[in-house]
Design a protein around this ligand. Structure first.
Ligand code: VG1
Ligand code: CO
Length: 552
């Protein structure tokens, strides 16, 4: 695409030959390959639409940073110059442009910004051949709602030009205050405010005593954004040995890895904990620091269970000692937390996938903790999921209870029963095949009730729809559910964060009461349901894949 430019005082208006028509944000922001973002004017088009749509840009303060992936610094430079052209009074940016998603959420709230732009494709790989992304958060610090992203998308489709100023690239090496035209650029240390918040929530002295004792920990930052945060927290403040942090240096391509903290992509860490004997606790975070994986010696904590455990033990953390207002989980997340909430006598909400749906409940004070099966856990301290927060919360519980992670899981299941859970992802499926499978299964749903599935009767089936309890907005088409008589269920969804073809996610859940067998391999406990959904949805035939690309 070519473009022509004309200058008006300091502002340059660059005309687009034709608008981009593919800038529809997904589950969390606009996520595309780095190559797509490198097309002339592509990033600029989206940023223009954001700056035209976000309330309060004139004279407002914006928080800006990213996970350090390839394209981060170029995008920061473009957004600063466009922000100046659009009349922002201030942009707060962090040294090196390194800013985790939860730290950004905190800064937006603390500095009363109009919102923030976070440059990240989260857990997707980075580099010239990887992915890039732009996430836009609002004044509450959380992901902007669907109504906002829809408006941005509409704007991109008819955009004729964008406004930008000329300015040399700023060095982000050290904190300081600069200006671009009338706009102030404040460069701050991105770790300070976040760490201060964590110190308010948890008992650092107590956790430090644990870590200085015989409690070797391995934290894998996956060469992504959490390295500097983890070093400050675990090594400098809590006294863990320096080599506790693995892959702690943020790299533009994440060292060629896939910064997704699960058993497949954080395989080295998983092996250390699940097969070795050197560590008692392991954790990893994703590209932008909002996801977490928790491991104990020979013990993997399923994220749905993690939310339930944090809820059941919340009173052990200073910040949550006075009780929880309520909890929420995304629909595909297991009901493990529901059982705990019931016992505590607090509300438990079920929302569609994606953190933005928790925002209203958090803002309204209806919930304190929330989480997703996709390794996301968080609380009302920010409006994003928070990987390091979850790790600290686990350490807080371990510091008080003085037992192993496996002990915590076993005692939890003995008290509440166990929700066997697994997610099967079929990645990079040709889009037609994935949509064909999904549409066909949706068509089958009404006829399924009363039929047998995995030896049990199907008692319900639908495409999940959500009415927000706070603003009554309705969100439809959030995933196909097949509900069985014993409370087991299968959910099938199409991912909204992939960039290659389509990703089919199959979520499987089955409950065993505390009197049942609590120690099976989930793949075995769920085997009947796995084979039933595979044949019902014709997964192998339609995807051409013998097995899922990722099993959690
Ligand atoms: C995935 C997860 C979802 C999460 C989203 C963003 O979305 O399933 O639970 O909120 O990623 O996470 P999808 O549509 O691909 O299933 V992140 O770490 O990218 O902010
Ligand atoms: Co993320």
């Amino acid at each position: 695409m070519t473009a022509s430019a004309s200058a008006d005082s300091a502002n340059i208006f660059v005309r687009l030959e034709a608008p981009f028509t593919d800038q529809k944000p997904g589950t969390s922001g606009l996520r595309k390959s780095s190559r797509q973002f490198e097309q002339p004017n592509y990033l600029e088009s989206f940023v223009e639409a954001v700056l035209l749509t976000l309330p309060g840009v004139q004279g407002g303060t914006l928080v800006l940073g990213g996970d350090g992936r390839y394209g981060n610094l170029r995008a920061i430079n473009v957004i600063l110059r466009m922000g100046a052209a659009h009349g922002l009074s201030k942009v707060i940016i962090t040294t090196g442009g390194i800013l985790s998603t939860p730290a950004a959420s905190n800064l937006i709230r603390k500095r009363k910004a109009i919102g923030g732009i976070i440059l990240s494709a989260s857990h997707n790989p980075g580099g010239p051949d990887g992915d890039f992304g732009v996430k836009v958060n609002g004044a509450n610090g959380g992901p902007t709602p669907g109504s906002f992203t829809d408006a941005v998308f509409e704007c991109t489709k008819s955009l004729e030009q964008y406004a930008i100023v000329e300015a040399p690239a700023l060095s982000l090496d050290t904190p300081g205050v600069h200006s671009i035209g009338a706009m102030q650029v404040e460069i701050i240390d991105g770790v300070d405010d976040f760490v201060e918040l964590m110190q308010q929530l948890f008992d650092f002295d107590r956790i430090s005593t644990l870590l200085r004792g015989d409690f070797p920990l391995a934290f894998d930052a996956m060469h992504a954004v959490t390295g500097p945060y983890a070093r400050r927290v675990f090594v400098d403040l809590l006294g863990a040995p320096s080599n506790s942090i693995r892959n702690g240096m943020p790299l533009e391509d994440f060292g060629g890895g896939h910064p997704d903290p699960n058993l497949t992509y954080a395989h080295d860490l998983a092996t250390l904990l699940l097969r070795g004997n050197d560590y008692r606790f392991g954790a990893a975070c994703d590209g932008d620091g909002d996801r977490n994986m928790i491991l104990g010696h020979r013990c993997f904590v399923n994220p749905s269970d993690s939310l339930a455990v944090l809820t059941a033990n919340a009173e052990l953390a200073p910040a949550y000692g006075s009780g929880l207002a309520g909890v929420a989980r995304s629909m595909p997340t297991s009901s493990a937390v529901d059982v705990v909430a019931k016992e505590l006598g607090i509300d438990c909400f079920e929302t569609p996938t994606g953190w933005k749906f928790f925002g209203n409940l958090l803002d309204a004070g209806r919930i304190t903790l929330c989480g997703e099966e996709s390794f996301g856990t968080g609380s009302n301290h920010v409006r994003e999921k928070d990987g390091l927060w979850a790790v600290l919360f686990w350490l807080q519980i371990l510091a008080v209870r003085r037992c192993s992670v496996a002990d915590i899981m076993n005692s939890h299941w003995e008290r509440f029963g166990r929700h066997y859970y697994s997610r099967h992802d079929y990645e990079a499926v040709p889009s037609d095949a994935a949509h064909g499978l999904y549409d066909r299964l949706e068509g089958l749903l009404p006829g399924l009730v009363g039929q047998s599935f995995a030896g049990r009767k199907i008692t319900g089936s639908d495409n999940f729809s959500y009415t927000d309890p706070v603003d009554q907005s309705i969100t439809q088409g959030q995933g196909l559910r097949i509900l069985l008589e014993d409370g087991s269920r299968v959910v099938v969804r199409l991912s909204g964060t992939g960039t290659k073809g389509a990703t089919i996610r199959v979520y499987l859940e089955s409950y065993v009461p505390s009197s049942g067998d609590l120690h099976q391999d989930p793949q075995i406990a769920l085997a009947d349901m796995i084979s039933s959904i595979n044949s019902l949805a014709e997964i192998q035939q339609r995807t051409g894949m013998e097995s899922p690309s990722v099993i959690t």
